[in-house]
Design a binder for this molecule. Structure first.
Ligand SMILES: [Zn+2]
Ligand SMILES: [Zn+2]
Length: 390
């Protein structure tokens, strides 16, 4: 029977089982075990992708959970832990002769066995596979062929961020400059873009879009996510949802308003003044360091609005921790009462919320569900913020 499940497919690891860094800028508490517990018990997310799993020490921690019978491998691929399914993934930096700049991609594998084969293959093509999102030495297409040979899923990551992405610096105008378009399973939008912006680009119309958190700390898990229609959360079902097989699909994308992302507007890197895209020098401080925002980059790439498949609903989500007046204490009260963040965000009634947080916050949470919160746009690496209510 098909049901709906929440999924966040891009989460990093801060420290491995020996307390060694994986994502160096990631939080120390961001370990495999903590991510699984947080996702299952507090976030209420049903499927997660951890994308630093190429690291052998990360694999070791997963294997130990399986040995201790706290987790198990699913027949359809993926690892089950309590209420959450972990999909084994790896984020990789591609920078071959065909690219203009580095591109991040996400690769997912059904089993630990295939993941280990991938790690063995990567070892000769990467300086240090124990670290997160390292540069891979080889062509993007070779990587795609390897992922497909190992029955994996291939998804370009946060495709519009100004640095390290497909359309940021990676290609001049088309993904075909670098990738085999038939070996792409989906497109991750990233925090500064939404569905409507991405659909301005014709070559993306055929792909399913993902909205993921790219979390570098536990609280950031599920700041973006999607609701999928699946028989159960597993690798196979994830793949079927990406390709609309037998009723599986992504039903809703919960993305942050792109204006809340770090790279929405074009700004001067030195004085943060918002600029029009035509300027290559800041009129205020005369710096030449202009960081082109995602919005302006899409205007350059624009090639025709629309899409081949019917798109899911795209809802603007504001993470709970962004809401004014919602500090750690209130957050704890909400979880004590409702169990998980997903329940607070989607199911708790206004009256029930009112009994825990008071009128202002209860109203704000309900307004957010309708996408009615006003935003001050971010840019140049600074996040946007909520405008105070009048
Ligand atoms: Zn990345
Ligand atoms: Zn990432």
């Amino acid at each position: 029977m098909l049901e709906t499940y929440f999924a966040d497919m891009h989460i990093h690891i801060g420290r491995d089982i020996f307390d060694k860094p994986v994502k160096i800028t990631g939080a120390k508490t961001l370990t495999v075990t903590n991510i699984l517990k947080e996702s299952s018990r507090n976030k209420g997310i049903n499927m997660i992708g951890i994308i630093d799993c190429q690291s052998p020490n990360v694999q070791l921690e997963i294997k130990q959970l399986i040995e201790k019978k706290q987790a198990c491998e699913l027949p359809d691929g993926g690892i089950r832990f309590e209420e959450v399914t972990l999909i084994l993934g790896s984020e990789i930096e591609v920078y071959d002769n065909a690219c203009q700049g580095p591109i991040h991609v996400l690769c997912y594998f059904p089993t630990l066995e295939n993941l280990e084969l991938f790690s063995a293959w990567l070892t000769g093509r990467m300086k240090n596979i124990t670290l997160s999102t390292q540069r891979y030495y080889g062509t993007a297409k070779e990587l795609q062929y390897k992922v497909k040979e190992l029955a994996g899923i291939f998804i370009p990551a946060h495709v519009f961020t100004p640095f390290k992405s497909l359309y940021g610096k990676g290609v001049k105008s088309s993904l075909t400059e670098v990738f085999d378009p038939d070996l792409i399973d989906g497109i991750e939008l990233g925090l500064s873009a939404d569905m409507g912006m991405a659909d301005q680009i014709e070559e993306l119309h055929r792909y399913t879009y993902l909205t993921n958190s790219d979390a570098h700390s536990l609280p950031k898990i599920a700041r973006e996510y999607q609701e999928m229609v699946l028989e159960q959360p597993s690798f196979k079902e994830f793949q079927w949802a990406l390709h609309h097989i037998d009723g599986r699909s992504i039903m809703k994308n919960y993305g942050m308003n792109p204006q809340l992302g770090k790279y929405y507007t074009t700004v001067c890197d030195d004085c943060s003044l918002p600029l029009t895209p035509k300027l290559d020098q800041c009129p205020s401080c005369h710096s030449n360091k202009v960081i082109k925002g995602v919005y302006d980059r899409i205007q350059e790439l624009k090639s025709g609005a629309g899409s081949l498949n019917e798109r899911p609903t795209y809802l603007y989500q504001v993470p709970l921790e962004y809401l004014p007046g919602l500090g750690p204490k209130t957050h704890e009260k909400l979880l004590n009462k409702f169990g998980t963040e997903m329940f607070v965000l989607h199911h708790a009634s206004y009256e029930a919320l009112l009994s825990v947080v008071g009128e202002k916050l209860a109203t704000l949470i309900c307004k957010m569900r309708e996408g009615e919160i006003k935003i001050k746009a971010g840019g140049g690496g600074k996040y946007g913020s909520l405008l105070p209510e009048e």
